[in-house]
Every structure is written in C-alpha cells, then in structure tokens.
Design a binder for this molecule. Structure first.
Ligand code: R5P
Length: 294
C-alpha cells in the first residue's frame, strides 16, 4: 500500500553524511564500468583483492592431458575451493554443473594443437556466446615474440573492443614459447603490451629474479600460471613469492589437479593467496588435509 499523509513522517535523509563511495580493490580498475567491476568481483575476492583461478583449459590444444582425462571426476570436486574456473566453453557446457555460480573465465582463443605452431591462434568464442554463458571474463593467448605475434595481439584487441561494449573483462595470457626467454625482461615486455592494448588483467609466469618489477610496471592486476607440475612445497613457495611481490593471485592448473591430493592442495594455495600463509606452514596444512583425506 502506498504511504499516505496520515502516516507520521519517518524518513531519514542523513543530511550530514556524504554519500559513501566504496573503493574498488583491484589495481588500475577504478575507472571501469559497474558491470565490468561486478564481473571482476566474481573472479577476485572483494575481501583480499586476490584470486585462486582453477585452470583446466589445457585440452584446447593439449587434448586430455594428465589429470584432465575425466573432468567430471577430477575437477568438479575441486570447484567448491576455487574462486574461479578457467575453462573452454566445451567443458563448461558438457561437464560443469550449471549450479556453479562463481566466476567463469572462458578460454576465447585457439586453433593449433601441440603438433603445430602454437602462436597461430584465432578468436574462438564470440562475445555473444560468452555473455550467453554468463562468463565473468574471456581469456586470450598473446604470443609476444611468436611467429603470429601481431595476429594474437589483434585477437586480444578485438575481444577488448567487444568486451568494452558489454562489460566483459579480458584476460591477456602471455604465452611462453620454447624459444622465448622466461625472464623478467621478457615478462615486463609481454605483460605491459597486454595492459597497454587494453587487457583488464594479465596472466604471466613467475620468475625468480625481478618478478616485482613485472608487477610494478604492469598497470593492471597480474595473476601467475602455475606451469609444469612441481613438488607441492615448491609450488606453494612460488605462489607465496608471487603474491608477496605484487601478484593478485594465481591461475593454477597442473600444480593443483596433478597433485597427489588436489583438494588439499587447492586449499593450501588459497591460504597462501588470500591469507599470506608462509609456504612452510601452507605445506604443513596441505599434509594435514592430505592425511585427513586418506
Ligand atoms: C595453458 O595451457 C592454459 O592457459 C593454462 O590455463 C595455464 O597455463 C595455467 O595452467 P598451469 O598452471 O597448468 O600452467
């Protein structure tokens, strides 16, 4: 029923209080539109400003790699512990429960398999389909120094233009080829190019020398890929050093799903990323959870 004049005036306009403005926790993202920020908040925890993205998109060029042969069996049980899932639209539609309501970062570039020149990618998902799938971001591989460098960058800028039209963040993924140096100088170059050309955030690899200069010179958030499987303690140490040196989290695949105890490992990674748990303690936490599960 509508208010009438007979009802006593109970309105409170808080005239002495300026309207509050909640700061947005992600580096370089304060000027983005509401929809873009809302999507980013499904990827990065608003509390810590960081993310544990579970990367399972490897099949788009590697096929059923170890640990991803049956995603329904090995990955779905991990979803409760991830902030975000990074996958292809094929896996999302065929295997991921539609009740999963955290962020999904959709692999949006592809083409060649591991048998061919990897930098020969094209855009592999339309913005319309990414919106239909309620993605929180799209991810595109950028091959700085690769044979098809310019096309891969053009793939990214096309997705950035489309993403800006609809409020869809774009994750620029810096690919490392076998002939490319994995050092801070290369990572600074690749991440900065992605950011300058419009990536909302950037994924790169951790380097043990000078990683803080990579995060410092990139004006948007950086997350690190895990890379090849390492012993759990080393992977936790890498995650700790990365966030300690300015990364906004991890986009980790093999070091989680190829672990001897993936559910324990993803929880230990989350402790490092969100709570700065030191690696030694995080490894003990992993061992405790692993022992409890067996
Ligand atoms: C490359 O295959 C994908 O972009 C992966 O998402 C990325 O490399 C992260 O996975 P991992 O931690 O296994 O390197």
């Amino acid at each position: 029923m509508a208010d009438t004049d007979s009802i006593p005036e109970t309105k409170e306009f808080f005239l002495d209080k300026p309207q509050s403005a909640t700061p947005f926790p992600l580096k370089g993202c304060q000027n983005l539109d509401w929809g873009m920020k809302n999507r980013l908040s499904r990827i990065f925890s608003p509390k810590s400003g960081r993310t544990v993205m579970l990367a399972v998109d490897h099949g788009y060029f590697m096929g059923p790699t170890s640990g991803l042969e049956r995603i329904d069996v090995t990955i779905n049980p991990l979803l409760d512990y991830a902030d975000t899932l990074m996958c292809t639209r094929g896996i999302l539609r065929s295997i991921t429960p539609a009740t999963f309501n955290k962020g999904v970062v959709l692999r949006a570039s592809g083409g060649p398999s591991i048998l061919k020149e990897l930098s020969d990618e094209h855009i592999a998902v339309s913005m319309e389909d990414a919106l239909r799938l309620n993605a929180a971001a799209v991810a595109v591989q950028v091959f700085v120094g690769g044979e098809f460098e310019t096309r891969s960058i053009h793939n990214m800028t096309q997705l950035v233009d489309a993403g800006n039209r609809y409020g869809m963040p774009v994750l620029g993924v810096t690919a490392v080829g076998k002939d490319l140096a994995r050092d801070a100088k290369y990572m600074r170059l690749a991440t900065r190019i992605c950011a300058e050309l419009g990536a909302t955030y950037v994924k790169t690899y951790f380097v043990s020398e000078g990683f803080e200069t990579v995060t410092a010179s990139c004006p948007v958030p950086i997350v690190i890929a895990g890379g090849k499987k390492l012993p759990e303690k080393e992977a936790l140490t890498m995650a700790f050093q990365a966030v300690d040196q300015g990364a906004a989290g991890v986009d980790m695949g093999r070091n989680i799903f190829q672990s001897e105890a993936p559910i324990a490992m993803i929880q230990a990674v989350a402790k490092v990323v969100h709570e700065n748990m030191p690696p030694k303690q995080a490894y003990e936490y992993y061992l405790t959870l692993k022992a409890g599960a067996s």
